[in-house]
Design a protein around this ligand. Structure first.
Ligand SMILES: Cc1cc2nc3c(=O)[nH]c(=O)nc-3n(C[C@H](O)[C@H](O)[C@H](O)COP(=O)(O)OP(=O)(O)OC[C@H]3O[C@@H](n4cnc5c(N)ncnc54)[C@H](O)[C@@H]3O)c2cc1C
Length: 484
């Protein structure tokens, strides 16, 4: 800390994907940037960890849309973009159907027409509508006014077909916790992004991606510090003029907070600096759900058969987003398989099972019950996996579970929210600089701006706005997403 400057153009609070991308862009434009992360490593929820038996587990590297490749080339570097590869075999297995897809638009159309007997013309019209939504994204105001929900959209195109609704919706509920009562445009943007060219991953694993990003940040002159928790954002006459850490003040003209949106407003800044109307919006902002995960390591020299890259599995009779969140009653989860193909040079296989989860199911359990519920989750997960890979139990030499409490502790998000906020959080995040001059937020919000692609995109968008503010403070606050 001694070697830091006493003043920066921008302090970025938090090294999640949005914070890292924002910091990198601002530094490339010549701004003096300091990034502070409270954890020992960068990445936030884009996390990974080592365990005994030589295992490396990725927390959130299950898949992202193709757009990530384009954005990484543009905002990071060619090396990072070149390591992004497709996961071509996605299986969705439940009591209503069992299908495998490349998750590309042409393959989904084929499934809908051939397997689900939906009319070709209707299917084409539905996908044309999804493609068109990109147009709406250019004017987010239009999105805010959109009244149709995803459930209504699916019913409009495929009336009385709960099996088709499940095919089109269940993977998205896993991907970002969304449900049929969200605005249809949020579904259209995210599902449309995935269908663009399928599902992709980073070859080399999260650890390698973060190493590459760190190199790029250092090359571009960003000052990085880990294990530093920012305690306060300092204001003078309603404008940002610094941050505080352990009694030390660092001056800056602007802050880009990648910390939780609610905490940025209420804890790091203080509610007294915001208008009543804005605080009302903040209070009514809904969080996304949290997650549970089970990490399974396969013993050295053992292999597992290729059963696909990702399996969405459920024993629940129909699609129900609430049932998907009942992690303690586990009926539905997704399996991601990591082989040496994903992390070349690492000769181990790992499997990560994920499920959506409710904070309240885990938060207040007595210690012993919490432990035993985690054990039950692991045992149920292994039993589910036996259906796809008989004999897998014998090959597992490491097992561990994470719950909403784990995610809350790690990234500091209220109630362990995995994907930020519901749609209304986007407005709250975007309007932050209109409340406090020089204060910006970038991180998972509004469904659209969550996930790896969403947060990288949002980090870039907010960096543009922040650059506008630094070059011309009066105009910067007015820069809208449409101009970026
Ligand atoms: C279990 C799980 C699985 C997921 N799977 C996928 C997936 O397959 N594909 C996908 O696209 N997305 C996935 N996601 C979502 C994705 O990981 C997140 O949307 C994304 O990583 C969030 O990035 P972010 O920029 O919002 O910041 P975060 O990752 O939330 O990081 C914020 C950072 O700020 C730091 N911080 C907070 N407060 C302070 C402070 N006061 N001082 C200093 N530092 C601070 C935190 O320590 C953290 O590092 C998954 C999420 C979870 C939980």
């Amino acid at each position: 800390m001694d070697q830091l400057n006493s003043e920066y153009d921008v302090v970025v609070i938090g090294g999640g994907l949005a914070g890292l991308t924002g910091a990198n862009q601002l530094a490339k434009w010549g701004r003096k940037v300091l990034l502070l992360e409270r954890q020992p490593s960068l990445g936030g929820l884009a996390a990974w960890f080592r365990r005994r038996g030589g295992h490396i587990f990725d927390v959130s590297l299950h898949g992202f849309p193709f757009g990530m490749k384009k954005f990484c080339r543009k905002y990071w570097n060619q090396n990072i973009a070149d390591s992004i590869i497709q996961l071509p075999r996605v299986r969705i297995d439940n009591p209503q159907f069992d299908v495998t897809s490349t998750f590309e638009l042409s393959d989904f159309s084929r499934l809908l027409v051939e397997r689900f007997k939906a009319g070709r013309e209707k299917v084409d019209r539905f996908f044309r509508y999804l493609k068109g939504i990109d147009f709406y994204l250019k004017g987010l105001d239009l999105i805010s006014n959109a009244l149709q929900t995803t459930g209504q959209l699916l019913e409009e195109y495929f009336p009385g077909r709960p099996d088709i609704h499940r095919l089109l919706m269940e993977p998205m509920t896993y991907a970002n916790g969304s449900s049929p009562d969200e605005p249809a445009v949020t579904y259209g943007v995210v599902f449309g992004n995935f269908l663009n060219q399928g599902i992709f991953t980073f070859q080399g694993g999260t650890d390698q991606l973060l190493q590459e990003m760190q190199k790029e940040l250092v090359k571009n002159g960003v000052h990085l510090r880990n294990n530093v928790q920012v305690e306060k954002i300092l204001l003078q006459k309603g404008k940002v003029n610094g941050i505080e850490i352990g009694g030390q003040t660092i001056r800056c003209r602007a802050v880009l907070s990648n910390a939780n949106l609610l905490k940025t407003i209420t804890d790091l800044t203080g509610p007294e600096y915001f208008s009543t109307g804005y605080l009302d919006q903040v209070r009514s902002m809904r969080l996304s759900n949290s997650s549970c995960q089970v990490y399974l390591g396969i013993r050295e020299k053992e292999e597992i058969p290729d059963v696909g890259d990702v399996i969405f599995t459920s024993t629940y009779p129909h699609y129900d987003p609430e049932a998907l969140r009942c992690s303690r009653d586990l009926t539905s989860e997704s399996f991601s398989f990591y082989s040496p193909k994903i992390r070349p040079g690492h000769d181990r296989y790992e499997i990560v099972a994920s499920t959506n989860a409710r904070w309240e199911d885990w938060a207040d359990l007595p210690k012993e019950e919490y432990r035993s519920e985690k054990q039950k989750l692991i045992q149920k997960t292994i039993a589910n996996l036996e259906k796809y890979i008989p004999g897998i139990t014998e090959k597992i030499d490491y097992q561990e579970a994470a719950t909403p409490l784990t995610f809350a502790r790690y990234a500091g998000h209220e109630k362990g929210a995995s994907f930020g906020t519901k749609f209304e959080g986007l407005n709250v995040s975007q309007n932050l600089p209109k409340q406090v001059e020089g204060l910006f937020h970038a991180g998972s919000v509004g469904i659209i701006m969550s996930g790896w692609l969403g947060t990288v995109t949002y980090g870039e968008i907010v960096a543009h706005k922040l650059e506008g503010f630094l070059s011309s403070p009066s105009r910067g606050n007015q820069v809208s997403i449409n101009e970026v």
